[in-house]
Design a binder for this molecule. Structure first.
Ligand code: DQA
Length: 184
């Protein structure tokens, strides 16, 4: 279970007013942003043989419970608009402790998304429901991967759960390290 009283020292957002210092305690853990790009609102109806029968709302509910069990909150959103996705990624600089991103087709096209991600200093997980490397060659290139901590694809809804588990572990380790520093 994560302590909500110490913010991981490694989580810094230089250039905005929310940067953290090791000696600031009692700061609540910010939510993990889980952002979804275009057409992901249609999963469950759209190409179920590729993306599965589950809905985005179903995925969100499972992730909310998974995060709550670790004492964390998620902020789960979907947009069909590239600029909105860029705005949310920028918001994540100060408002989130980690980012999980399924950028949908913008994964393969958006330098703007990549540039926004490069401005973050929080852990970033790239996720895809489908195994993009088993699909058309235009899906093999990702503008998200160079800016991500890691990438999980091909496990359907489980891709999100695995990404959230990884982010929780990273934040727990950072929080424990920060607490050790505070009490040294
Ligand atoms: C996707 C894979 C992308 O190539 C595609 O454009 C999507 C969904 C996935 O989750 O498998 O919209 O990101």
């Amino acid at each position: 279970m994560l302590s909500s009283e110490a913010y991981p020292a490694s989580v810094k957002a230089v250039g905005c007013l929310c940067f953290q210092r090791k000696n600031i305690a009692f700061v609540s853990m910010k939510p993990i942003f889980i952002l979804n790009g275009p057409n992901l609102n249609l999963i469950g109806e759209r190409e179920p043989e590729v993306y599965g029968a589950g809905t985005l709302a179903g995925i969100e509910e499972g992730l909310r419970q998974q995060a709550a069990a670790a004492g964390l909150e998620i902020d789960f959103r979907q947009t069909n608009h590239e600029g909105v996705l860029v705005d949310w990624i920028q918001e994540a600089r100060c408002a989130s402790s980690a980012l999980i991103l399924n950028a949908g087709a913008y994964t393969h096209t958006s330098i703007a998304v990549m540039d926004a991600l490069r401005a973050l200093s929080i852990p970033i997980a790239e996720v895809h429901l489908s195994n993009i490397f088993k699909r058309e060659s235009f899906r093999h290139h990702s503008y998200v991967s160079p800016a991500a901590t890691g990438m999980i694809c091909g496990f359907g809804a489980q891709s999100y759960r695995l990404a959230l588990a990884a982010m929780i572990e990273i934040l727990e380790s950072a929080s424990a390290a920060s607490n050790r520093g505070l009490h040294a």
